[in-house]
Design a protein around this ligand. Structure first.
Ligand code: ATP
Ligand code: MG
Length: 329
């Protein structure tokens, strides 16, 4: 296997709030090979976006990185001695797109002006060269009539079209990694499928590595090779997509899959996972899923760390038993 381009090790991120210090990330580790697509899944508040923001250098007051490291191609991106190059890495070698393109697109600038600005800044292209490449990019992300589109403003485009423009901006500087944070959540199912297909195509054509962040395990299969499942600021299971779908090992992952109706053709009974994740101001020292887990034991109150399991890894003493087999929603 080739050396990882991205390596996150034991990352801790905290937010100082009036309610106390929120331990948003509690020892997150992951690595990504060149050209690989990884999904980070988990419910709201589990730390998916904070993980992405850490990699992008976007953690700012009241947040802070309180431990761990992020390396890009072997060089430290954050931490005590971040490379001076880091500013050139963010936005160029690592790009990010968000759920709502309207928050990242400038409503007062044409699509062409926004796209070309990025390339003039990062690639040093002349304005006319950047505009020509902008048209090519729109073409590459499946927007027809590129020349005309360049003169339009964001509000003149549909939601799906705007997300395509965001992706064009994301890949404008030939990044090696594209982080997509819930890129399709605001879109209807058909458009969502088209956008995921576009990302898969770009991964193949450009050798682009992708981190897809989603709360919906159902959408990862067509794009991602590997999945990391987050819960309460920790990664609790990782594995190849097929393995996670066929043999989820952690009771939480099993529950997630069982609460997603159309994945297994209805062959399994649906369950709903009762309860809510623990507060992160004083997170429990042991398994974060303890209170909601139906196969918990007293011994689960001690910290559960990831261990190798079936080609992936899992942080559960009872990994592999079919936790929800007797439960009906
Ligand atoms: N700016 C902030 N100030 C205080 N707490 C924050 C801030 N940003 C994130 N958090 C906290 O960090 C934790 C992780 O948040 P994060 O946004 O990463 O969740 P997420 O998995 O992306 O959820 P969602 O699916 O809702 O986007 C949450 O408890 C959240 O409240
Ligand atoms: Mg988020």
């Amino acid at each position: 296997m080739s050396a990882p381009i991205l390596e996150v090790k034991d990352l801790h991120v905290a937010f100082d709030t009036r309610r106390g210090t929120v331990q948003a990330l509690r020892g997150v580790s992951l690595s990504l090979a060149p050209g690989e697509a990884l999904a980070i899944v988990g419910e709201s508040g589990s730390g998916k976006s904070v993980t992405a923001q850490s990699v992008m250098g976007l953690i700012d007051v009241p947040g802070r990185i309180s431990g761990g490291s992020v390396h890009w191609c072997g060089e430290p991106l954050i931490g005590e001695k971040p490379v001076r190059r880091a500013r050139g890495i963010w936005g160029k070698e690592i790009a990010m797109i968000f759920q709502d393109p309207m928050t990242s697109l400038n409503p007062l600038m044409t699509i062409g002006a926004q796209l070309s600005e990025v390339m003039e800044l990062h690639l040093g292209l002349s304005h006319s060269a950047a505009l020509a490449r902008a048209a090519e990019l729109l073409d590459a992300v499946g927007i027809s009539g590129a020349r005309r589109r360049l003169e339009q403003y964001p509000h003149e485009l549909s939601g799906g079209m705007r997300q395509r423009v965001m992706i064009a901006m994301g890949i404008a500087c030939n990044p090696r990694l594209l982080i997509a944070d819930e890129p399709t959540t605001a879109l209807d199912v058909t458009v969502q499928a088209q956008i995921l297909e576009l990302l898969a195509q770009l991964q193949k054509d450009l050798g682009l590595a992708i981190i897809l962040i989603t709360h919906d395990l159902g959408i990862v299969a067509g794009l991602c090779q590997r999945v990391a499942v987050m819960y309460a600021g920790q990664i609790i299971e990782t594995g190849a997509v097929d393995d996670i779908f066929e043999r989820p090992a952690h009771p939480y992952t099993q529950g997630l899959l069982r609460s997603t109706p159309d994945l297994d053709g209805g062959s399994k009974r649906l369950v709903s996972i009762e309860g809510t994740p623990p507060g992160l101001v004083q997170p429990p020292p042991g398994c974060g899923f303890f209170d909601r887990c139906i196969v918990r034991e007293e011994a689960c109150r001690v910290p559960q760390t990831l261990r190798e399991y079936q080609g992936g890894s899992v942080a559960c003493r009872k990994a592999g038993i079919d936790a929800w087999k007797d439960v009906v929603a």
